[in-house]
Design a protein around this ligand. Sequence first.
Ligand code: NAP
Length: 248
Amino acid sequence: MTRIALVTGANRGLGRATALALARNRIRVVAASRGGASEVVDEIVESGGEAIAIQLDVADLPSLEAARGAVLAGIRQEWNASTLDVLVNNAGVGLFAPLGDVTAEDFDATFAVNVRGPLFVTQAFLPHLSDGARIVNVSSSLSRHVSPATSVYAASKKALEALTRSLALELGPRGIRVNSIAPGPTATDFNGGAMRDSDAMREALSEQTALGRVGDPDDIADAISALVSHEFRWATGERIEVSGGVLL
Ligand SMILES: NC(=O)c1ccc[n+]([C@@H]2O[C@H](COP(=O)([O-])OP(=O)(O)OC[C@H]3O[C@@H](n4cnc5c(N)ncnc54)[C@H](OP(=O)(O)O)[C@@H]3O)[C@@H](O)[C@H]2O)c1
């Protein structure tokens, strides 16, 4: 049976690339984003895949109930389905500030998207995940190595990895695999687009990377696609870094 995946933050960057990669692998995609990711849906449909768009702000807890209703109505209407088989908690925000500049508001906003979001999105959809479903939480190589001014962001991703391991244990009896993917520096809008647009930043990071360049969105998206495949069925609670070997 054709599987259905929900991807958060599917409108751009790694989420968009992941939605496209899953669709290439014949997975139906619910592309979730704050604005409703209709462009990526059009792109998927034009290339022969299947997708619907829904609106989901992962930091807005009161809106989760309506978003869940919209997803369930959408998959029933489009595919006569009632469950999801893949959940990719991709939506995330960076916070790059030295300690002296970190505010409580910034801290809360970062954790609201990067930690609280994946937790409560997973909770909201848990009754609607098929047994044997795959959950992928998008972490960061910064949970392993240290870079200047990344304390809060790195802590949020480390917290997400802790959630990943706990939920892998908790959801194991249903056969649900929960893993995290930890991208290294990747050329998206992230961090003001620095990894894509700043030659100096790209060169510096490339020199620190075993494979000699920063990542492309497809490098990460294809890894997520592989991680949710049958071949990775025996992995759960794992952190899989896809960084080209940054700061090994
Ligand atoms: N690029 C990298 O170097 C890198 C490295 C390691 C990890 N990551 C992680 O990879 C994930 C994707 O990052 P990216 O590189 O694709 O960054 P990006 O291009 O900045 O995209 C971030 C995505 O997250 C969405 N988002 C932010 N807040 C949201 C919210 N409250 N509700 C729903 N969606 C929200 C954005 O939606 P809007 O368009 O509505 O803002 C956008 O779709 C993040 O978790 C990030 O931490 C990225």
